[in-house]
Design a protein around this ligand. Sequence first.
Ligand SMILES: Cc1cc2nc3c(=O)[nH]c(=O)nc-3n(C[C@H](O)[C@H](O)[C@H](O)COP(=O)(O)OP(=O)(O)OC[C@H]3O[C@@H](n4cnc5c(N)ncnc54)[C@H](O)[C@@H]3O)c2cc1C
Length: 270
Amino acid sequence: MLIVVCIKEVPDAAYINIDPATGTLIREGVPSIINPFDNHALEESLRLKEKHGFRVAAISMGPTSAGETLRNALAMGVDEVVLLSDPVFSGSDTLATTKVLAEAIKRLAEKEEVAIVICGKQTIDGATAQVGPGIATRLKYSQLTLVDQIQNVDDQAGKVRVRRMLEGRYEIVEATLPALITVVPQINTPREPTVRMQMMAEDAEVTLWDNEVMKLPKESIGVKGSPTRVRKIFSQIMPESEILGDGIYDPEGAAHLLIDTLTEEDILSL
Ligand SMILES: Cc1cc2nc3c(=O)[nH]c(=O)nc-3n(C[C@H](O)[C@H](O)[C@H](O)COP(=O)(O)OP(=O)(O)OC[C@H]3O[C@@H](n4cnc5c(N)ncnc54)[C@H](O)[C@@H]3O)c2cc1C
């Protein structure tokens, strides 16, 4: 049985700036990294492989540079990687993205039965958390979001039991396979690839599926298939009490304010 893990390449948040004139992200010259939430999805897929003997395939829709992120996934121990890349996919919103990813999973499922698809809870750039649920809906898979423990997978009985981390409580849910799971970072600590595995992955093949292969109607993907329109992007100004004065922009001043406040409240004595 196959586990499919969905990985997105994102701009490294540490290097991102906002264009003050347009209010949009400046992406030029910004290095790309694997979406941090997807590291946890990847780790969990490898743990399922080790525990149950499943095979793991990683897929990513993005520019050709995302092939490097997939190569790193191979270095971690994934068995197969597929890059979904074509100029007609670019500009896809979450609706169009889920169409491409769901179609890729369907194609993988034709070769090998899919037990579980794992996604991160959200990305650090788009951050909509819509893609996982969107794939589950399209494929009619069970949908288990915000999972912090995969407690049991019984592929004979076709069941999975997970713990979901909700606000102030946990929820234990059992669902039928195939299932789509989105994971929170608390689920695990991702491993580092060994040097040997990294060297082996350097020569490994990244399969490319463009739209010649996927054959999705062009009007349903990319900009044409994306009804989302971004009207305005702006910075959220937090109320002063929540950010300790001007804390985001003046960390030193905020630290002094915090010390003063804690001292006044008799919580801290200097
Ligand atoms: C306001 C806004 C404006 C945008 N403008 C543009 C634009 O102009 N041009 C453009 O190209 N895009 C744009 N995007 C990005 C695009 O809509 C999203 O990147 C994409 O649809 C995924 O959505 P997300 O990042 O919110 O993923 P989420 O739903 O937060 O991701 C959840 C999980 O789904 C999986 N996943 C998500 N995306 C992928 C992927 N590509 N491949 C594999 N797995 C994935 C990962 O496991 C991830 O952790 C914009 C997004 C937003 C929110």
